[in-house]
Design a protein around this ligand. Structure first.
Ligand code: SF4
Length: 349
């Protein structure tokens, strides 16, 4: 089915997106396109944008005037932050070939030396290799390629319109060789079929071999239960009931209702990252205790300047809102939490 595009008005790129409200610890978040053509079966955006029917005849909305809006905002902005692109849709989905909005935004960010973080599955990002490389020489920017599996067949089932996992690894290598801080997002990790120690280890190893600087992990969150149930019944009948049991309760962010499982998964992920020599990694945190323990135990691993190292990573691409929730819950209110985070350098820019 050919995708329809519809132009929508965009008044602001650097909208109100406080650090305390984001899962990525970035100051700003923007998606040049609404809805996503890559069409992954587990996509949160499908739940949000297409509804349960996943009716892709709904057009992809294109924010054509975003670059002008950004240029106007930057002319007045007093304090820099980090702009994250690729939260609810892929900034390098096929629409970008035609409209080049992501590229125009990056050009403006580079001109202003405004830090950014990109999350994508697409090899179209290589079109902007020179731009990203040049930006990396001058200021902080980071790219994460996301992987749910290295299995080509399974990848095709889960992410029908995305480049193959093999191709994505090539992208990691090319970006990394060009001096761009590049990592992978091992997400979503699916209970029962992609969560074995061996499978996690294989992906982590492949990422490191291809020059990844960091690895982040996150378990599957079931935000699109009806659509995903259909998928399971069609392709993985044997797991359908287990998923129903595991995701029965409507937990924050729709994570599995099984602390024992989540704890085990975090342990596997950490152990594989350590075994494969990954210096910077963040597992999926599901409890406050896990997040705190990870902090305490791992500060020293972030080369010489632990706070700064960890801070940069967290600021750009933390997979977990729980850390921030932890701080917020412990300290009681947003004002105090913000002051706490500031005191520890969580707002470096
Ligand atoms: S690439 Fe991301 S936003 Fe696009 S369909 Fe896949 S999961 Fe959704």
């Amino acid at each position: 089915m050919s995708v329809k595009y519809e132009k929508i008005t965009c008044k602001s790129v650097l909208g109100k997106f406080g650090v305390l409200r984001t899962r990525f610890w970035t100051s700003y978040s923007f998606d040049p396109y609404e809805k996503c053509e890559l069409n992954c079966v587990y996509c949160n955006m499908c739940a949000k944008g297409y509804g349960e029917s996943q009716n892709h005849s709904v057009p992809v909305n294109v924010k054509l005037d975003a670059p002008q809006a950004l240029a106007g905002e930057l002319a007045w902005l007093k304090r820099k932050g980090v702009l994250r692109m690729g939260v609810w849709s892929d900034p390098y989905q096929p629409a970008e070939k035609k409209f080049r909005i992501t590229k125009q935004i990056l050009e403006i960010l580079e001109e202003h030396e405004f830090p950014f973080a990109i999350g994508t599955k697409s090899d179209l990002i290589l079109r902007d290799l020179d731009l990203l490389s040049e930006a990396s020489r001058k200021f902080h920017c980071v790219v994460a390629l996301s992987f749910s599996t290295l299995d080509e067949k399974l990848g095709k089932l889960l992410e029908p319109n995305a480049p193959s996992p093999k191709r994505r690894l090539e992208v990691v290598r090319r970006l990394s060789e060009a001096g761009i801080t590049t990592g992978i997002w091992l997400a979503p990790i699916f209970p029962y079929w992609t969560d074995s120690e061996e499978e996690i280890g294989r992906t982590v190893e492949a990422a490191i071999e291809n020059g990844a600087n960091f690895v982040l992990g996150a378990v599957y969150d079931n935000r699109n239960p009806i659509l995903f149930k259909k998928f399971l019944e069609e392709h993985f009948t044997q797991f359908a009931q287990e998923y129903e049991r595991m995701y029965a309760k409507d937990r924050p962010c729709h994570y599995p209702d099984d602390e024992f499982y989540l704890h085990g998964l975090a342990k596997k992920f950490i152990s594989q990252c350590q075994k494969k020599g990954v210096e910077r990694f963040l597992p999926h945190f599901s409890t406050r205790k896990q997040a705190w323990l990870f902090y305490v135990r791992n500060f020293s691993k972030f080369e010489g300047s632990p706070f700064v190292g960890l801070t940069q990573l967290l600021n750009y691409l933390s997979p977990s809102q729980e850390i921030l929730q932890t701080v917020r819950i412990r300290l009681g209110n947003h004002g105090t939490s913000k002051a706490f985070l500031k005191a520890f350098g969580y707002f470096p820019h």
